[in-house]
Design a binder for this molecule. Structure first.
Ligand SMILES: [Zn+2]
Ligand SMILES: [Zn+2]
Length: 389
């Protein structure tokens, strides 16, 4: 199910599309869209810089893109000197990211003196550098390296207010100013200008870092006594970000009650009732739509969760699964239950019987023994039957 887009303001602030000027054989059209991996066919009319495959992708990008779009014209032809490069600056106290000219003095490599915006001059040794050359949300290499410079003493600085217009969560998780500088792919990493489209890559990257940090927090809370161990089934998008289909989680009981719930008929029938809760999209996937290119999207149906729920309705996004009886649900148990559910439906399709006359505690236990030997091999002794937890 497509997620609701962020609102696109009407009137003079709305994005305008320029279709003319980019013929199908123009090499520029083969460059990918800012929001997905489709080739771009149009550019934002106002900045004439950011590329899109469709009006939909342009609309999705607009809440972020509008922060830099209009000011770009003031940063096109006003370069103070050839030593200056166009950077994107996230001031600590400003109300949004801005373009900034930074003075770059290259010195036989990647060390340069720079002016850190707002008249603050910092020497490189006070600055931590984070290089990105890949957009994990799009699964695509960037056209240039983007280096994020933050102060090493950032924990003593205030929250980054300029990220408030991007995401409240990002603003609260980042302290001190951030300067983004472009570098070319070459042995001496010469500085290059950043463009409005680079804001999308920077923010995608900051969101992924935030989401991964949240995940680690949850891992840390797993041993907490408030709550029961459960399992998260990741949607395609989150599998891509975390690398795992099933993850052990522990969400406090108070939070679980606020989530929408789905019953699990087969599991209920075999005496292992589960409850499935949908999880709100992680930051990286918010405000994006299903794309025909097949980039991993959170909005795709979570087919593993859907087989447990046994419903025709689409079930999108990652889900949290717990046992109704309050006992621990282990990732191995859930994997076995999902595989057993698929097998039960396969048998139903062959013999045409009702799934509830095929599924039983007895058939599950037989299946589980075989599954454990096949899937876990020599370590199978470590996973007890879910009836014995
Ligand atoms: Zn697109
Ligand atoms: Zn624009």
């Amino acid at each position: 199910m497509a997620e609701k887009p962020d609102s696109v303001p009407a009137g003079p602030e709305s994005p305008k599309v320029l279709n003319a000027g980019l013929a199908a054989n123009d090499p520029k059209t083969s460059k990918a869209c800012a929001m997905c991996n489709e080739p771009s066919t149009q550019r934002c009319k106002q900045c004439q810089s950011t590329r899109y495959c469709s009006t939909q992708c342009q609309k999705d990008d607009w809440p972020l893109h509008k922060l830099l779009c209009k000011s770009f014209e003031n940063f096109r032809d006003t370069r103070p000197s050839t030593h200056h490069k166009r950077a994107i600056y996230f001031p600590e106290t400003g109300d949004q990211p801005v373009f900034a000219w930074i003075y770059v003095e290259e010195n036989g490599g990647d060390i340069y003196a720079l002016v850190f915006g707002e008249g603050v001059s910092e020497t490189p040794r006070n600055i931590a550098m984070d290089r990105m050359n890949f957009n994990c949300v799009l699964n695509r290499r960037l056209e240039k390296i983007i280096e994020l410079k933050t102060f090493r003493d950032n924990m003593t600085r205030g929250k980054n207010q300029s990220l408030l217009k991007v995401n409240k969560e990002l603003s609260e998780s980042r302290r001190g100013p951030i300067l983004a500088v472009g570098l070319e792919y070459s042995c001496n990493y010469s500085a290059v200008d950043l463009d409005p489209m680079d804001l999308r890559h920077i923010v995608d990257n900051l969101r992924v870092i935030y989401d991964r940090g949240k995940r680690l927090d949850q891992e840390g809370a797993r041993s907490s006594i408030d709550g029961v161990p459960g399992v998260r089934i990741n949607c395609m998008g989150d599998v891509f970000l975390s690398g795992a289909q099933y993850e052990a989680i522990n969400i406090p009981a108070s939070q679980r009650n606020t989530m929408s719930q789905y019953p699990t008929p087969i599991c209920q029938h075999i005496g292992l009732p589960l409850v499935i809760h949908t999880i709100p999209p992680t930051l990286a996937w918010r405000g994006r739509h299903i794309s025909p290119t097949g980039i991993p999207q959170r909005t795709d149906t979570n087919r593993l969760a859907k087989i447990l729920v046994h419903s025709a309705a689409p079930l999108a996004g990652s889900v949290a699964v717990f046992r109704k009886d309050g006992r621990a649900l282990l990732p191995g148990h859930l994997r076995a239950l999902v595989d057993y559910s698929f097998a039960t439906f396969d048998v139903r399709d062959v013999i045409g019987k009702d799934i509830f006359s095929i599924a039983s505690k007895k058939t599950f236990l037989i299946y589980f023994e075989k599954w454990r030997a096949e899937e876990l091999g020599g370590t199978r002794g470590d996973l007890v039957s879910p009836y014995d937890v």
